[in-house]
Design a protein around this ligand. Structure first.
Ligand code: PMP
Length: 404
């Protein structure tokens, strides 16, 4: 018997590179293969021009200037460059940083490395999954900007808050947080890896000083990302973390990934052009999935914020759904559903043993966190796949509950 078609719903982990992106990249492998740093011949000129055009496009699409873009290998490196780079350079102001318990490991990791170096890190809590009366909170996972204001001290030099969460899709009030930081003279870094290309992101409107983002989350290639570093007053100072040939004004050395940069820019252009229709389509598909689970199964709980928040001020990424099924183990569920690619709150990544730190930060019990699945819906998911996923999950949950 042929196995049922595979359904990919793990678009927060990574996305399929859009064929239109691949097409834009192709000439820069075997035809226009010059080094953008070669100033003495045609090959270098062509590569440099491609990088300039792509950089201008990327910058435009996030409301930045081209000189404010530093290319990296991805958002992990961008976060490291922002946090470690600013920490290495801004010690005169103090040694205190503020961030949030629900940040991605790519932010928490560099912060942890600062601890033993005599930096002091405050990690803030977020709105809990359940209010005191046991009801699910419509803003679960949300960070109150007031908390930032309370946490900033005389010696605070950096605040790092993500724009959209990779597990529960919650969108943080970055403009309000940025206003607090600016008022107190503290730099704001934002990990916008899950937000760019999915919701409107304009660094000037938001008031961000440094922002990380990555191509492979937006139907671009893996291995290319960027850090936006605001120019102008007050100056954002940071120490480069990768030194060598002095590329990118010494801010990040290494030969530029020309095909990657071209693909990154094309990927963001496509996301921007398709955003209004895609946001509505994904939110509808996502809501249909959740309604299907509720109809077929008892004890289904939405993890994270409401699905129904106002379209002009959404609290959650349109393609994100995180559901606790209760009385089942997410890992066992994954094994039961061979044709469905999603991820489980039991292990938020294969590198992190135990239940997801994000779900635990919401105050969820380990058992409830372990019973959750994360659905990351994306460009290539269809309504038919949504219906098939509801069937697959419902059948698997029922089977495991019977066995349990
Ligand atoms: N930050 C967030 C919020 C992410 O979701 C991810 C990817 N899971 C990263 C950072 C790391 O991005 P990259 O894979 O480009 O290093």
């Amino acid at each position: 018997m042929p196995s049922p078609a595979l359904i990919y719903m793990d678009n927060h982990a990574t996305t399929r590179t859009d064929p239109r992106v691949v097409e834009a990249m192709l000439p820069y492998f075997s035809e226009e293969y010059g080094n953008a740093g070669s100033v003495s011949h045609h090959f270098g000129d062509v590569a440099r021009t491609a990088v300039e055009v792509a950089t201008a496009s990327l910058a435009f699409n996030i409301g930045a200037d081209p000189q404010e873009i530093v290319f990296t290998s991805g958002a992990t490196e961008s976060n490291n460059l922002a946090i470690r780079g600013v920490a290495d350079r801004n010690q005169r102001r103090g040694r205190h940083l503020v961030s949030v318990r629900t940040e991605h490991r790519a932010v928490l990791g560099p912060l942890e490395r600062l601890g033993p170096r005599d930096f002091d890190v405050t990690l803030l809590g977020v709105e809990q999954q359940h209010s005191l009366d046991g009801k699910a909170s419509p803003r679960a996972g949300w960070l109150d900007p007031e908390k930032i204001a309370e946490a900033i001290r005389e010696d605070t030099f950096l605040v790092s808050v993500m724009l959209a969460n990779n597990e529960i899709g919650v969108i943080q009030p970055i403009a309000e947080i940025a206003a607090v930081c600016r008022h107190r003279g503290v730099l704001l870094h934002c990990d916008a890896t899950q937000a760019v290309g999915k919701i409107p992101v304009n660094v000037r409107d938001l008031g961000i000083d440094l922002m990380s983002f990555s191509a492979h989350k937006i139907y671009g290639p893996k291995g290319i990302g960027a850090l936006f570093v605001r120019q102008g007053n007050p100056v954002v100072r940071f120490t480069p973390q990768i030194t060598g040939g002095g590329q990118q004004e010494g801010r990040r050395s290494g030969t530029l990934n020309v095909p990657g940069i071209v693909g990154f820019a094309k990927a963001l252009e496509l996301c921007e052009a398709e955003m209004p229709t895609e946001q509505a389509r994904l939110a509808e598909l996502r809501n249909r999935l959740f309604a299907g689970f509720q109809q077929n199964l008892r004890g289904v709980e939405l993890c994270g914020p409401d699905l129904s928040s106002a379209a002009d001020h959404p609290l959650r990424l349109p393609g994100n759904l995180n559901v606790a099924f209760g009385d089942v183990d997410g890992e066992a569920l994954l094994l039961e559903m061979e044709n469905l690619a999603v991820s489980s709150g039991a292990t938020c990544s294969s590198h992190e043993p135990g239940p997801s730190h994000v779900l635990l930060a919401l105050g969820m019990s380990e058992d409830l966190a372990r019973s959750s699945l994360r659905f990351g819906l994306g460009r290539f998911n269809t309504a038919a796949e949504g219906d098939a996923a509801v069937e697959t999950v419902s059948t698997a949950v029922k089977k495991l509950r019977k066995m349990g």
